[in-house]
Design a protein around this ligand. Sequence first.
Ligand SMILES: O=P(O)(O)OC[C@@H](O)[C@@H](O)c1c[nH]c2ccccc12
Length: 244
Amino acid sequence: MLKEILVKKKAQEDLSNEPKLIKNKYKSNSLKKALEKRENALIGEIKFKSPSEGKIIEEELENLVRKMEKLNSLSILTESNYFNGSIDYLDRVKEIYKKPVLRKDFIYDKRQLYQTKRHKADAVLLITSILGEKLTEFVQLSNKLKLDPLVEVKTKKELDLALKTKTKLIGINNRNLETLGINLERTKKLSQYIPEEITTVSESGIKDIKDIKELEDYCDAFLIGTAFMKSNNLEKKVDKFLCA
Ligand SMILES: O=P(O)(O)OC[C@@H](O)[C@@H](O)c1c[nH]c2ccccc12
C-alpha cells in the first residue's frame, strides 16, 4: 500500500519550483508542548477518506475544525489520492485554529518540508519506513525550520533508527500499512524502549475510552482520526475523550 501511495504521489507532485525559505516567516507552535498537558494529550485528525475505510465523512473542513477546537492539536491529512486531502487545508485550518497543526502526508523529499512550512503547519510526520537512513537529515531540517517532527515507527528496527535522530516526538503506528490491520499491542511492545524525555504518541485504531485506558500507561499522547470523523456527535466525542 505504502509503495503505491508513494509512486502515485511522486508522479503527480512537482516540487521543482518550491522556494527554499531562508527566513522563518511563520512562527510555530510546539506540538511537543501542547501534548505535555496530560488532560489534553490528544491529536485529533481530520481525514475524509482512507485506504482502510474508503469514504469517511463529507463535511466542510472549517466545520470539523470548529467542532474539534477544544483539542490541543490537530493532524491534517494532505495526501490527495488515497485520503482526499490537500496541502491548502493547512492554510485554511491555521486561519481559524491557532494551536499546533501537524501535516500528515508521505514525506520523501526535503522540498516537501519547505512546502509544509510555507503552508503554515507547526509539525510534520516523518515515516521511518519511507526515509530509512535519511531520517536523521530530515529530522535536522525539520527542526531547523521549526517544524516539530513526529517520527513514525512500526518495528523495533525502525525505532532504533528513530532514536538515533534528534527527534523529541515518536509515534507508534498501530496500523500495518500493508495489511491495514490494527494491533494495539504494538504500542505496549515498542514504548518500553523509548526514553522518558521523548513524547510517545500512540497512533491509529483508537476507538473508545477503553482503548485509551488500555494504553495510557504506555504512551504520553494519542492520535485519533476515524473515531472522531465517524462519530455522529463530534463535539460530544471530543468532550468524552478529553475526560478520559
Ligand atoms: O483513523 P485512525 O485509525 O484513528 O488513525 C489515525 C492516524 O494514526 C492514521 O491516519 C495514520 C497514521 N500514520 C499515517 C501515515 C499516513 C497516513 C495516515 C496515517
